[in-house]
Write a protein that binds this ligand. Structure first.
Ligand code: HEC
Ligand code: HEC
Ligand code: HEC
Length: 113
């Protein structure tokens, strides 16, 4: 009897794990953009923490994928020149759709290294 309860609890645990943990790896979580770590360090800014989920609930996937961003972590060669010129994040962070890319720390906010 005890064993049965235990295995039900274990199963429930795995099921919950599958629901709450798996998707956050697949597509939901924040994405750290740090391929330009040297230049960012030189400029005195932290790596970029892109809140994917925050954007996903506001825009359809196809707004960004794959016209603006290739759908693969690290596959986009993003520079500040391009952003200021209206590409990548700058397609929206241009003072019209969203705030301008002047507030460095709003994007360069990753606390790790
Ligand atoms: C505002 C723009 C934007 C929207 C909207 C958006 N994404 Fe993304 N997505 C990004 C960026 C930026 C990256 C990171 C690309 C990189 O690392 O170079 C990314 C990366 C990804 C990745 C790769 C993650 C990895 O770990 O390899 C997947 C999968 C993905 N997005 C799925 C989606 C899906 C599904 C939707 C819609 C439900 C969506 N995205 C909506 C901007 C967006
Ligand atoms: C399709 C349009 C779009 C693109 C592309 C986009 N953003 Fe945004 N972003 C928005 C909007 C809209 C907001 C909300 C602005 C507001 O609240 O005034 C936002 C807000 C944010 C925020 C603040 C989130 C919060 O919790 O308030 C961060 C950080 C951010 N974006 C980073 C980025 C970065 C980094 C990129 C490029 C990798 C990017 N965004 C690309 C539209 C976009
Ligand atoms: C809207 C989001 C956003 C804002 C605001 C922003 N950046 Fe960036 N920045 C990025 C992204 C995304 C990258 C690419 C990171 C990577 O792939 O490694 C980047 C890359 C960089 C790089 C390395 C690439 C290059 O062009 O040399 C530097 C340096 C940099 N940013 C400095 C700044 C400074 C300084 C500010 C404030 C004036 C700023 N950024 C504001 C999103 C932003």
């Amino acid at each position: 009897m005890k064993k049965r309860v235990l295995s039900i609890l274990l199963f429930a645990g795995f099921a919950l794990g599958a629901i709450f943990i798996t998707p956050s790896f697949a597509e939901y979580g924040d994405i750290v953009l740090n391929s330009k770590s040297e230049s960012m360090k030189d400029a005195g800014v932290k790596p970029v923490l892109f809140p994917h989920w925050f954007h996903r609930i506001r825009f359809k996937c196809k707004v960004c994928h794959e016209d603006i961003f290739v759908l693969k972590k690290g596959a986009n060669d993003i520079t500040m020149g391009a952003i200021m010129g209206g590409d990548f994040c700058g397609k929206c962070h241009n003072g019209l759709i969203a705030w301008e890319p002047l507030y460095c720390d709003r994007c360069h906010s990753y606390e790790g290294n």
